[in-house]
Design a protein around this ligand. Structure first.
Ligand code: ATP
Ligand code: MG
Length: 575
């Protein structure tokens, strides 16, 4: 392709609204332009990369035995009402009415639509299993669309859904997809990590996310430094610490109330009393399913994990209660709450169990209790794992390791759904004995457009993008220093023709621009191999190869250039 006839509008300056490097580089490299918040045009260079990612995804999905189909983007409300998600999905689901006033939505994911298709077709166990996938535009009206293609409102996803007679077979396919995802992300040239994950709005009971490791990632991950345990921090379990043997209640000093005027936060009171935060019991009040207030206790140096609280309380909605609501129910000013004599239900993190000489609010403005002994002074209705895992925690799986933290970008997720959709939507089959049974399901997503951004987050330098060969928009960037010079033009054109014949994808910068501009643009758009044709080299009968990633250069004779370049590209594509 000749640059002079392409549409690659590169920019010298970073766009003002871009926070992360992939967003900046995608705009500067002329790959995307914003149309509206979280909605982008994919320009030709970006689409080339997307097509390559899609090709890898298709090859691997097909190889794994899945079949491609294409479902509609718009779907009727009735299907979502059947699964119950019309109510629970909230504002992220973009809803609209057609001309007959019927409710519709733009698909954020397609469990309902595909379950509806399958329930109308499948009758007997002989017709399953199968795995169906599509690559399609999704719409999620995200609260905070940001970071360019990383969190868009409209984005491209590969989503797959599998249907099985029993759990064992569904688990087999889950493992099949797990391995397939590993191959896909490896072929895309990414450094990634599968981690245990929460199932969120999709549901189900078992799930893994595939996280591309990058400091700019929105997700926090933990992994064991000794075994292969890794989890999204939201999902990461905390191992219960063994309680020290005790029944020596009488050894605890008596509970005492101390004045802590105006000191509310753990940090303020800790500082005021000269005690470490781990001696504190934090009390946070939540509103559960728009009704009850529940107090949740964690140690002063720990963070509450609301997903864990939600699962222990078995509720849909969990929000921190408004101050006025708390004061109305407890008659205590915020900052001075504590579990002793609090008039509402209390649940506590497991680390609270057996705490002694602890500090907590005294349920009276400007006072805290000290010398609190949990067993003696208060009894929560439950102890459970309610806190976020953190660096240095013991591994919940092995006996040796402790947890490390990383940042990641979620590029894919696999879910074992079980009967969640088949039961609510009546997708059943008849087994060999003629009994009607709900179909077992799994689903498997990859964020294709997010993957493009994640690849840049992981592969760039201060001059621009460095594409992995397998997903680069072109293999070779052919750069004549001055295309108007006859000798240079001749060598360039010949090389272009020869390489194209050998199916090497070449972008020729035939623009009438200063060499400096061309070199800068070449680094910016990040094609992995640059071939420079210049007067100096030609005097020696040579062209120059430069590897974008390593910065390594090499002069090769013009006569061998096409063969040598083809061999290098072929070799690079193999790994
Ligand atoms: P997140 O937690 O990042 O919001 P999710 O877990 O809700 O994502 P899934 O339902 O698992 O997303 O969707 C499958 C894949 O689609 C994700 O792994 C991610 O790569 C991609 N994806 C999800 N939301 C977006 C978005 N707003 N923009 C771009 N890609 C997205
Ligand atoms: Mg996900």
């Amino acid at each position: 392709m000749r640059w002079s006839t392409t549409f690659i509008p590169t920019l010298k300056e970073d766009p003002a609204d871009a926070e992360v490097i992939s967003h900046k580089l995608l705009v500067r490299a002329g790959m995307i332009r914003q149309v509206s918040r979280g909605i982008y045009d994919y320009l030709p260079l970006a689409l080339k990369v997307i097509r390559k990612i899609e090709r890898i995804v298709r090859e691997e999905m097909d190889r794994a035995g899945a079949q491609e189909l294409l479902l509609p983007i718009a779907s009727p409300a009735e299907l979502w009402q059947e699964s119950g998600r019309w109510e629970v999905y909230g504002k992220e689901l973009l809803r609209f009415k057609d001309r007959h006033e019927r409710d519709f939505c733009l698909g954020p994911t397609h469990e309902e639509v595909i379950t509806d298709l399958v329930r109308r077709v499948v009758r007997s166990y002989r017709e399953i299993p199968f795995n169906l996938y599509q690559i399609q535009t999704k719409f999620r009206d995200e609260v905070r669309p940001r970071f360019g293609l990383m969190r868009g409102r409209e984005f491209i996803m590969k989503d797959a859904y599998s249907f099985h007679a029993d759990m064992e077979d569904c688990r087999r396919e889950y493992e099949n997809m797990f391995q397939t995802y590993k191959r896909i992300f490896t072929r895309c040239g990414l450094q990634f990590r599968p981690v245990e994950a929460d199932t969120g709005a999709i549901g189900g009971t078992l799930s893994h996310e595939f996280q591309v490791l990058a400091d700019s990632g929105e997700d926090a991950l933990v992994s064991c430094n000794s075994c292969d345990y890794a989890a999204n921090v939201l999902k990461a379990e905390v191992r219960a610490q063994r309680l020290l043997g005790r029944n020596l209640k009488e050894n605890s000093p008596p509970l005492a109330k101390v004045a802590t005027p105006g000191k509310k936060s753990v940090a303020e009171v800790a500082d005021f009393l000269s005690l470490p935060p781990e001696k504190f019991i934090k009390t946070l009040v939540y509103k559960v399913d728009h009704a009850d207030l529940v107090a949740v206790l964690v140690r002063g140096d720990h963070e509450i994990n609301e997903l864990k609280v939600r699962s222990v309380l078995d509720c849909q909605e969990l929000v921190l209660a408004e101050q006025v609501e708390v004061e109305k129910a407890t008659h205590v000013a915020q900052g001075f709450l504590g579990p002793i004599g609090l008039g509402i239900r209390v649940v506590a993190d497991q680390a609270i169990q057996g705490m002694r000489e602890a500090v907590t609010g005294a349920n009276e403005a400007n006072f805290h209790f000290v010398e609190v002994d949990q067993e003696r002074d208060f009894t929560p209705s439950a102890f459970a794992d309610l806190r976020m895992a953190k660096v240095g925690d013991l591994c919940p799986r092995c006996d040796r390791g402790s947890l490390e933290c990383h940042r990641g970008i979620e590029v894919g997720q696999v879910f074992y759904l079980g009967k969640k959709y088949s039961e609510s939507m009546g997708a059943t089959y008849l087994d060999a004995d003629g009994r009607e049974r709900p179909i077992e399901m799994g689903c498997y997503g990859i964020g294709i457009s997010r993957l493009l951004a994640a690849a840049i987050e992981q592969n760039h330098d201060s001059n621009g993008i460095i594409w992995p060969f397998s997903i680069a928009p072109f293999h070779v960037h052919l750069l004549p220093i001055n295309y108007k010079e006859e000798a240079i033009k001749e060598v360039t054109d010949k090389l272009y023709k020869e390489l194209s014949k050998r199916e090497i994808e070449v972008l020729v910068d035939d623009r009438d621009e200063r060499p400096g501009v061309k070199f800068k643009d070449a680094d910016l758009i990040g094609i992995p191999l640059r071939v420079t044709v210049g007067a100096k080299g030609l005097e020696k009968g040579c062209v120059e190869l430069r590897w974008r990633r390593e910065g390594r250069t090499e002069e090769i004779p013009v006569g061998e250039a096409d063969k040598k370049i083809t061999a290098s590209v072929t070799e690079a594509l193999r790994v």
